[in-house]
Write a protein that binds this ligand. Sequence first.
Ligand code: GYE
Length: 325
Amino acid sequence: MRKILGMAALLCAAVLAGCSGGGEGGQAAAGEDAITVGFSQVGAESEWRTANTRSVKEALVAPDFTLRFSDAQQKQENQIKALRSFIAQGVDVIAFSPVVETGWDTVLREAKAANIPVVLTDRAVNVSDDALYATLIGSDFVEEGRRAARWVIEDSQGKDGPIRIVELQGTVGSAPANDRMRGFKEVIDGDSRFEIVRSQSGDFTRARGKEVMEAFLKAEGDGIDVLFAHNDDMAIGAIQAIEEAGRKPGTDIRIVSIDGVRGAFEAMKAGKLNATVECNPLLGPQLADLIREVHAGREVPKRVMVEEGVFTQDQADAELPNRKY
Ligand code: GYE
């Protein structure tokens, strides 16, 4: 037995040099050809993100994978540091969910020079050369923004203008904030009754969502008809602000947000949130498959989409037990 293990270790060292990805030892259960993946996560800013992290950690496990996980706490500089450390360790594949869209050219070139393929998850980047990453798996954020706007229009049938909208944006410069804003505006601009009177970032968190909504309420008084929040967490924070201002969320101010997390379904059941556009965070299994393909040098599509829908208050009760995040 000892001999066999010794031989396996030798084989690993000699033939598959670097197969342990830079060898911090440990990970006894990882198979001999386990793919070492360095994964840099955005942070833990929302319910969506927590579910996404869980899904990734559950999918990238031994014996097929050795996972090196790093949390960037919503800071690009931390993420760049993590990517550089993965490169130095010689991981097999880098996967990451970029906090913002721009500023990745240099570090991605370093990964390329080190021959480490990069898989983007969830959020896109804006780079000079698309060959700097292998593929992106994530949702269509522009379409999510359009869906939110279509819901607002449908829910405003028979209502006269002006219908005044406030918008809580996600993290400044992030793909979901940029795209959701664009998709929403594109559709809402087609109906002259609507006006987006305020739009500001709440950084995808409940705390900031509440703060910014307080400022909106102070500035606009009773003049807000609709809130569009780029994620459920900010909407949930805003609901608190609206209640504290003595108004009724879901009635006085109609609210649509994005993600479809459990907290949103609970808020819909309570009549405080009107609709949520689904954004599925459970990318782990699809990500694992993509990493396997990329690592094996096989051709993969440049963009892999996640399918999702829209849910309203009347569906909340029936759908809640089915929600997995
Ligand atoms: O909508 C939000 C999270 O990038 C799609 O990030 C993701 C977004 C998600 O913080 O809740």
